[in-house]
Design a protein around this ligand. Structure first.
Ligand SMILES: *Cc1c(COP(=O)(O)O)cnc(C)c1O
Length: 393
């Protein structure tokens, strides 16, 4: 399906056919349904004999443009757009498991994905085993005769540990399982799980893909026969993306490459600055040579990504002082925005877990995660350094 050889060109030039108005920018197809030429066309479309739009819960030109472009960028055949990242996660899992089936997943998952596995799927008789993301032996041992799916997010959040995508791809192949990768943190500009044998790739488009904290959106991508199953589920359960969001997110992809270059440059510079500070115990960033999986990062990622994780020496109290001292960086529950964002999981998102439970997913009391934005690096550094001084006071 590749139109051009280069990522940037596909991201900008893949576009729906122009209408009779010869618009340069694609119009928004704000329509709930589409008109049939005649009774025969209506019959053929409902019978899946000819392609075409019927109803916007099924498909819509804006969402199709967004998803086809994303398929080009992720090296997959097909995909569907969903109203949010979580709709994508749920559909991508629910389409492939049923009563009595089992999933193996990395332990440090996005909070709502964890809730799906632990609270919702068990209601339908679907069980799971959590494993340590970077321990291949654990992955292998957790596979049971009823296992259907391996699910992983890499780099992990917020610990920034990596899954070896090639090794997991081989493991999935050996046991005839599906490998599903939430590629939200890396984006297709940095990492293409399909190249390593991943069958399903999911995204929260809310994050770096939108990149400006404006809308929710999600995507499930993969081979045609697999997406057919996901499409059936989505068609009849209704987590459809709004055409306005499809239009906006397709535009967002046009600038993904330049934005990610800057996110990564800023994150890398911030990581190096933090590594030299005495208030900090350690810094985790995939492209720092001190990262324990640096070689793997270089192999499967083109850059280090936009997130930097570090540990303050002062623990829980230092974390809160750090947040309170920030003047520019936002305290908000998002990431992948043009605006830098700081989070202290131990006092917020993960405060309900015990300290042991937090440690099991690499969240120590003094851990801070920065989603490095597109502001000037000197302004980001200045704000973070003031936070460090306050945390140490
Ligand atoms: C945000 C996020 C999600 C959920 O996406 P929404 O768009 O908020 O529904 C899933 N996975 C990861 C890794 C995320 O960061």
């Amino acid at each position: 399906m590749s139109e051009y050889t280069n990522f940037e060109t596909n991201a900008i030039r893949h576009q729906s056919q122009r209408s009779q108005n010869s618009e340069h920018s694609v119009p928004i197809y704000a329509t709930s349904s589409f008109v049939f030429e005649d009774a025969e066309e209506a019959r053929a479309m409902f019978a899946d004999e000819v392609a075409g739009n019927i109803y916007s819960r099924y498909s819509n030109p804006n969402n199709d443009e967004f998803i086809q472009k994303l398929c080009l960028l992720e090296h997959t055949e097909d995909g569907i757009a969903t109203a949010s990242g979580m709709a994508a996660m749920f559909c991508s899992i629910a389409a492939f498991v049923g009563q009595g089936d089992h999933i193996v997943a990395s332990r440090s998952l996005f909070g709502s994905t964890h809730q799906i596995l632990t609270r919702l799927l068990p209601k339908w008789g679907i069980s799971h085993t959590y494993v340590t993301i970077n321990n291949l032996e654990e992955w292998g041992k957790a596979i049971q005769p009823n296992t259907k799916l391996l699910f992983v997010e890499t780099p992990s959040n917020p610990a920034q540990d990596l899954a070896d995508l090639e090794a997991l791809g081989q493991l999935a192949k050996k046991h005839n399982l599906l490998l599903s990768v939430d590629n939200c943190f890396a984006t297709p500009y940095i990492q293409n799980p399909a190249d390593y044998g991943a069958h399903i790739i999911t995204h929260s488009a809310t994050k770096f893909i939108d990149g400006q904290g404006r809308v929710l959106g999600g995507a499930v991508l993969g081979k045609k026969d697999l997406i057919k199953e996901v499409r059936f589920l989505a068609r009849h359960t209704g987590p459809a993306m709004s055409p306005f969001h499809g239009w906006l997110l397709s535009k967002s992809l046009e600038t993904l490459a330049v934005r990610m270059d800057r996110h990564c440059a800023n994150a890398s510079a911030l990581a190096k600055t933090l590594e030299a500070r005495e208030e900090v115990n350690w810094v985790k960033y995939p492209f720092l040579s001190s990262h324990p999986q640096h070689e793997l990062a270089k192999k499967q990622m083109r850059q280090g990504g936009g997130l930097v994780t570090f540990e303050l020496k002062g623990g829980l109290e230092a974390g809160k002082k750090f947040l309170d001292a920030l003047k520019m960086i936002s305290l908000t529950a998002n990431l992948g925005d043009a605006r830098s964002i700081a989070t202290h999981p131990a006092s917020t998102t993960h405060s309900k877990l015990s300290e042991e439970e937090r440690n099991a997913v690499g969240i120590t009391n003094g851990l801070i995660r920065i989603s490095t934005g597109l502001e000037h690096i000197e302004d980001i550094k200045k704000d973070v350094l003031e936070g460090l001084l306050a945390a140490n006071a």
